[in-house]
Design a protein around this ligand. Structure first.
Ligand code: PLP
Length: 399
């Protein structure tokens, strides 16, 4: 115990100890946090669906029909009609032949990567990939070749030099702490040239990017009739879709293989039907005119924030040396630099009634601690203005 106490104390000394808050959702993007009402910029609920009455109603109806728990693994006790319908609807939504629905995104990637490659195979991984892709790579025992973020020339050299029979390139489609979008067409072209499979994690793009929010792969034109037999598309359902869970979609043979061989699917209890019904309601909204309206509103908020921070109004922030990463997604990281300053800025904002999370190493590289500002269609333009004013005040106060 002494050793763990010491290690915890060391985390605290480096300003790396993490704290959870008790939160209760309120109207719009507000949260009651430990009893205080805060305007939140910390959620990945990009379309504002997590509190939507349509999803609540879908859950109530599903509970009446299906009850609560699924009881066992889908391989043991089957899955519900809701889960089956959701798989068909997800596949149609992303323009790929077949989809497999999972209870969580982490478990999806941690499970499907080892199902696709093993000892003697080669994996190629962007340096900024999400932890669950990295963990899936470790579990697979394939040899892992990490390339610098977005460095497709490096990836090409690694692919060309690899003697492995089976090659898998894994990449976030939208990088979760930077907000930038992978060069999907470029990745796909390299996979074609070097006979590799491509697995894309679109946790932050599905519902937000592409026509009707169909995701980053659709935005890159690689779905529908032009779908590639070498691409697997994974996305999560707890972000823009407002619920929980994930799916992987792609060619029928690969998806059938994943159904047979993914340990995190086989050896885990199926997602409850009530969640599948909530996702179905979220999906109908996201794909329809209301989804278009919300994406348009969200786009205007992103422009407002970026303009506010990069124009003259953002002078105090610029003078502090803080800089906004080049992102056109709802993830708008403001890089502060060192851990303690990032935490101090977060605390200043909190005093003014705003919750913007400071993200520190090891989640992001050393020296790039940042505020990860996440915008949502649940925000109003005035909310963004309030954040801009509070950031300017914090920058003046700390310099
Ligand atoms: C959130 C996230 C996941 C994990 O999904 P969960 O459903 O929350 O487990 C996977 N990949 C990326 C890129 C994510 O941001």
């Amino acid at each position: 115990m002494d050793e763990f106490d010491d290690r915890l104390a060391a985390l605290q000394a480096q300003a790396l100890q993490r704290v959870r808050r008790e939160v209760v959702p309120q109207d719009g993007a507000r949260l009651s946090v430990d009893g205080q009402s805060l305007l939140a910029f910390c959620s990945n609920d990009y379309l504002g669906l997590a509190q939507d009455p349509l999803l609540r109603e879908a859950v109530h109806a599903a509970v009446d029909r299906y009850g609560v728990g699924a009881g066992a693994s889908p391989m043991v006790s089957g899955h519900s009609a809701a889960n089956a319908a959701l798989e068909r609807e997800l596949a149609a939504a992303v323009g790929l032949p077949r989809a497999l629905y999972f209870y969580a995104g982490y478990a999806t990637n941690a499970g499907i990567v080892p199902a696709l490659v093993g000892e003697g195979d080669a994996l190629f991984s962007d340096a900024l990939n999400h932890a669950c892709l990295i963990d899936g790579a470790r579990l697979s025992r394939a040899s892992v070749h990490r390339y610098a973020h977005g460095a497709l020339d490096r990836l090409e050299a690694l692919l060309a030099a690899s003697p492995a029979r089976r090659k898998l390139v894994i990449s976030d489609a939208v990088f979760s702490m930077d907000g930038d979008v992978a060069d999907i067409a470029g990745l796909h072209a390299l996979c074609e040239r070097h006979d590799a499979l491509l697995l894309l994690d679109d946790a932050h793009g599905f519902g937000v990017l592409g026509p009707q929010g169909r995701g980053a792969l659709a935005a890159a034109g690689l779905t529908g009739p032009t779908a590639s037999p070498r691409v697997l598309y994974m996305a999560t359902l707890g972000k823009a879709l407002g619920v929980a869970g994930a799916f992987v979609a792609g060619p029928p043979t690969l998806v059938e293989w994943l159904l047979q061989k993914t340990r995190s699917y086989t050896f885990a209890t199926a997602a409850p039907a009530l969640l599948a019904e909530a996702v179905r309601a979220g999906l109908r909204c996201a794909l329809g005119p209301e989804g278009d309206r919300r994406r348009q509103h969200l786009g205007a908020l992103i422009d407002r924030l970026r303009h506010g921070l990069t124009s003259e109004a953002g002078a105090p922030v610029q003078a502090a040396g803080w800089w906004l990463m080049p992102s056109h997604t709802p993830i708008q990281p403001l890089v502060i630099g060192d851990n303690a300053t990032a935490l101090a800025v977060m605390a200043r904002l909190r005093e003014q009634g705003l919750w913007v999370p400071a993200i520190r190493p090891p989640t992001v590289p050393e020296g790039t601690a940042r505020l990860r500002i996440a915008l949502s269609a649940a925000h109003q333009p005035e909310d963004v203005d309030q954040l801009l004013a509070a950031l300017a005040a914090a920058a003046r106060g700390l310099n």
